[in-house]
Every structure is written in structure tokens, then in C-alpha cells.
Design a protein around this ligand. Structure first.
Ligand SMILES: NC(=O)c1ccc[n+]([C@@H]2O[C@H](COP(=O)([O-])OP(=O)(O)OC[C@H]3O[C@@H](n4cnc5c(N)ncnc54)[C@H](OP(=O)(O)O)[C@@H]3O)[C@@H](O)[C@H]2O)c1
Length: 272
């Protein structure tokens, strides 16, 4: 069986995709920008000379797009050309439920993947529960407040482990999925619901503060995100406020045979 190249293998979903595959005896080639990471192939979106060696001999790719890049297509298109040239058959792209196929941004990659290789899946994942664990929480939390521009809008947050399970199936199922999967968790929650759940679990008081998308973009930029990416990310909250993510798809259970994990399960497993 040819290797599966896992981009973002040190990250939230990629690490879980690699574990899913290893558990099933699938040869995994985890990728990282780091030179010093044993067992990893070096891969940097910003260093095209790393792309061909990383792909050499791979049969499938789990593709996490360049992080923090507002327009990733110019980096991803030549990579997919190289993958096709080297005979990669299958690519599973991590997209976003908030981003439909389009001409710009992450949405521009969906068509590139569909047209670029014979077998493809686009995972349009909802917002991750893991955004509230570890260092990731600091992106929205400040002085006991959880910031959003979502108002009362709700999101069916998803556990990254469930995204990885669907990705794993899409990578190794005999029949290619050749579709977009919209992946959600089992219950829509507001950011106020999340703040209350985190407070209950950790004992550290956190309350939701509704801000404008502009304020949120400034907060993200102050946190270190590139300004154009900060603005794109903050603007997605406005859609949530309008109800765009208030849905449950059931795709996790349909693909994996197991129900999507709840926010309560996530809190119990990953928060202290
Ligand atoms: N968070 C959410 O709620 C959410 C929801 C839907 C979709 N998404 C999408 O999820 C994606 C992020 O996935 P994730 O959370 O699994 O990743 P992540 O935890 O943010 O980790 C990023 C990974 O990418 C690698 N990386 C960073 N810059 C790189 C570069 N220039 N070249 C190659 N690799 C690079 C890092 O590895 P090294 O440091 O080892 O190189 C790391 O493993 C984004 O495309 C985002 O749009 C996120």
C-alpha cells in the first residue's frame, strides 16, 4: 500500500488523521516544516522545493491548506499539479462549513482538488471544539471573556477526532467518496452556551462578550494573525449570527458508523 502524506501532521486534525491511519496499519508519511522532527518528511507550503520530495511515492494526501494565508490557491495549485504528475490518486482536503466553493480564499481550493486528482473529498468542517482547549482558547478569550461577533447565533461545534475519522475513511475506503462532506457536531451551541460549559468544567469563570466583526478582527490581529486573514475570520462570525451554522448534518455518523461526539464529552476528555 502506498504512503498517505499527511500535511499538518503536528496540528489538530492532521495528528488525529495520522493516528487513525496508523491504528489501521496504513503507512503514514507525516509532514512538518521542522527539520528536527524524527519520522517526519519536511514540507513547507512556502518552500516549493520541499513539495516533490514529500510527494515521492505517496498514493494519497491529507491536505491542510497554508495556515493564515488569505489566498492559498497560488501555493496549492502547483502542489496538486506535482501530485498528479507523481501519480497521487486521492486527495482529502480540509475545508470549512463556513466557506462554500468559490473563486477566492479556501473555497477556491475545492475545485482545484476536484479537478486535480481522480479521487477526492472536501471536508467542509464546522468550527472545532478544540478551539476551546489549550493555547487555542487564547485566540478568543481575554480577561474572563469569550469574544465573538456571533450574537445569539449558534454553531454545531465538531470534535477534531470526528473530522479525522471521516478523513481517514475518505482516505482509505475502497470506493472514493468524490464529494463534499459538511461535517458538524451533534448540537448547535451559542458562544454563551460554550462559555457556560467551559466555566462548569474548569471552574474558571468565563462569560460571552458580543463584539462587532471589526472589533474581533482587531483582536485577532493583535493576537498575531495577519490583518487580512484576521478580517476574513472575523467576518465569518457575522454569518453565524445570521444562522448559517445552526444545523446538524449527521454526516459523521453516516460515514464512520458512530455518532458525533458531544461538547460535554469533549470537555470531560480534554479540559482540566
Ligand atoms: N479551527 C476551526 O474551527 C476550523 C474550522 C473549519 C476549518 N478549519 C480549517 O482547518 C485548517 C487548520 O487545520 P488544523 O486545525 O488541523 O491545523 P493546526 O492545528 O492549525 O495546525 C497547522 C498545521 O499546519 C502546519 N503548517 C503550518 N504552516 C505550514 C506551512 N507553511 N507549510 C506546511 N505546514 C504548515 C503545522 O505544522 P508544523 O508547524 O509542524 O510545520 C501544523 O501541523 C485551516 O485550513 C482552517 O481553515 C478550522
Amino acid at each position: 500500500m502506498a504512503d498517505v502524506l499527511v500535511i499538518g501532521a503536528t496540528g489538530t486534525t492532521g495528528s488525529r488523521v495520522a493516528a487513525f491511519l496508523r491504528d489501521r496499519g496504513v503507512p503514514v508519511r507525516p509532514a512538518s516544516r521542522r527539520h528536527d522532527l524524527a519520522g517526519h518528511v519536511r514540507f513547507d507550503w512556502a518552500a516549493p522545493e520541499t513539495h516533490a520530495p514529500a510527494l515521492s511515492g505517496a498514493g494519497a494526501v491529507y491536505l491542510v491548506a497554508p495556515i493564515g494565508v488569505a489566498e492559498p490557491a497560488p501555493l496549492v495549485a502547483p502542489f496538486l499539479d506535482e501530485a498528479a504528475r507523481q501519480g497521487v490518486r486521492r486527495v482529502v482536503l480540509l475545508g470549512s462549513s463556513a466557506v462554500p466553493e468559490g473563486a477566492t480564499g479556501l473555497g477556491a481550493l475545492y475545485r482545484l482538488v476536484r479537478d486535480g486528482v481522480p479521487e477526492w473529498t472536501v471536508l467542509r468542517a464546522s468550527w472545532f471544539m478544540q478551539n476551546f482547549a489549550g493555547d487555542a482558547l487564547a485566540l478568543r478569550a481575554r480577561d474572563g471573556e469569550l469574544l465573538s461577533a456571533t450574537g445569539q447565533g449558534r454553531v454545531a461545534f465538531i470534535d477534531a477526532g470526528d473530522i479525522a475519522s471521516v478523513a481517514g475513511h475518505a482516505l482509505i475506503d475502497e470506493a472514493p467518496h468524490n464529494t463534499e462532506h459538511v461535517l458538524t457536531g451533534p448540537e448547535p451551541l451559542s458562544y454563551a452556551d460554550v462559555a457556560a460549559a467551559l466555566t462548569r468544567r474548569t471552574g474558571r469563570p468565563l462569560r460571552h462578550r458580543a463584539v462587532t466583526a471589526d472589533e474581533l478582527a482587531r483582536h485577532f490581529a493583535a493576537h498575531g494573525l495577519p490583518p487580512d486573514f484576521a478580517a476574513t475570520l472575523a467576518a465569518l462570525d457575522t454569518g453565524i449570527g445570521g444562522g448559517s451554522e445552526d444545523r446538524v448534518t449527521g454526516t459523521v455518523e453516516r460515514v464512520t458508523g458512530r455518532p458525533a461526539r458531544t461538547f460535554r464529552e469533549f470537555c470531560a476528555r480534554e479540559l482540566r
